[in-house]
Design a protein around this ligand. Structure first.
Ligand code: MG
Length: 402
């Protein structure tokens, strides 16, 4: 079997997605997600101009060799654009292997390690009463794990809180939105939010929260220590992780579990964090961390240190990534939790999928491959629509971490 074509499809059914379709001489094809939020066309060009021509004539069954060829062969290793492009190829090749062998991806990986995948949803509100009402709705829908984000008094905008009544969507059209941030106001307020959750709902649900890279290590340590009585499942991205040693400072002060890594793109971004046991959950995701072939390597390494997976699953990853991630989650022995935000209705129509949601858990389905397809005719009706992620500035105007 040989690869005869590789096409890049850019579509915007509610938000921008980049999809790679790899076609073989036997008519079997596989698809992979190549979406890098806010920088979509960089990956599309990397694939079209540099990767797709190299795939023609290759045996799609040599997944590991093609991964190594694209990683080492570029000479310029790592980076989000390169690793997202490699991930798309890898996902598509695993999809082809599943279709050729008639097996769902999770069985190719070694079979199910659990009956279903626990996912966490997002409860957000402009104030505590509204956030608690959204939390209650998630409990009613059967969620066992819920992330809560809430507006902070006297702060103009806060990460994770929708402007209207819809699902939270940070990317904006027509330029970059500038948000403001005050660590002092946030740190004073957020323990009250968790206290309100536990007061109203008790300790029967896993409570998650995302600090979205806004804190310094010592501020994150203070937060982790202050919220220990509320027994969070995790605090996510408490501080930027370029300096992996920074997490040691957090660890020295608190037992609140730490999750990090949605922006990571290789095992080298988390090597020290994992081997020094500075984190509890690794959030690297298939699309941005080199696909199934590389994320499996990260998860296996993490398992040596009892670090569990908690894959990023925001709606800026396409349904293709979601489908493949659920296969990965069903298999991976050191699974923690999977993020799930849902998708716009139009996106679900463009990407027919086999996965099912049932009361806070998901299953990838049993069709061969990863179980997600693309309706190209429908995709063509939603042209690319440029959008940017926001930036955050401190109240004195200093550019901060968004
Ligand atoms: Mg996050």
């Amino acid at each position: 079997m040989k690869i005869v074509r590789a096409d890049v499809i850019v579509t915007c059914p509610g938000r921008n997605f980049v999809t790679l379709k790899v076609v073989t001489d036997e008519g079997v094809y596989g698809i992979g997600d190549a979406t890098l939020n806010g920088r979509e066309l960089a990956v599309a060009a990397y694939l079209k101009e540099h990767v797709c021509p190299l795939l023609i004539g290759r045996d799609p069954g040599r997944i590991e060799d093609i991964w190594q060829f694209l990683y080492k062969g570029a000479y310029w290793r790592r980076g989000p654009v390169t690793m997202t492009a490699i991930a798309a190829v890898d996902m598509a090749l695993w999809d082809i292997l599943g279709k050729v062998t008639g097996m769902p991806l999770y069985k190719l990986l070694g079979g199910a390690s659990r009956d279903s995948v626990m996912v966490y949803g997002h409860a957000t509100g402009r104030d505590i009463p509204e956030a608690l009402d959204r939390y209650a709705e998630h409990i009613d829908q059967g969620y066992q794990a819920i992330r809560i984000q809430c507006g902070v008094p006297n702060m103009r905008s806060v990460y994770g809180v929708s402007k209207g009544n819809g699902v939270y969507e940070p990317a904006t059209k027509g330029g970059v939105e500038e948000q403001s941030w005050s660590t002092e106001k946030y740190l004073d307020f957020v323990p009250k939010l968790f206290e309100a959750v536990r007061d109203r709902f008790g300790f029967g649900t896993h409570l998650l929260h995302d600090a979205h890279h806004r804190l310094t290590p010592i501020e994150a340590a203070r937060l982790g220590k202050a919220v220990e009585p509320y027994r969070l499942f995790w605090i996510e991205d408490p501080t930027p992780a370029e300096n992996q040693e920074g997490f040691r400072l957090i660890r020295e002060h608190t037992v609140t579990p730490i999750a990090v890594g949605e922006v990571f793109n290789s095992i080298w971004d988390c090597k020290q964090l994992i081997e020094e046991q500075l984190i509890d959950y690794i959030r690297a995701t298939l699309t941005h961390a080199g696909g199934i072939t590389h994320l499996r390597r990260i998860a296996d390494f993490a398992s040596l240190y009892q670090v569990r997976t908690g894959c990023h699953g925001a709606s800026d990853l396409s349904p293709v990534c979601m489908g493949a991630a659920l296969h990965f989650d069903l298999w991976v022995p050191n699974f923690g939790v999977q993020e799930y935000m849902g998708f716009p209705e139009a996106a679900l129509e463009v990407f027919p999928h086999a996965w099912q949601f049932d009361r806070g858990t998901m299953h990838p389905g049993d069709v061969p491959g990863h179980g997600v397809d693309i309706d190209e005719a429908l995709a063509a009706r939603y042209p690319y629509d440029p959008a940017y992620l926001p930036v955050a500035r401190l109240e004195d105007g200093t550019l901060w971490n968004w």
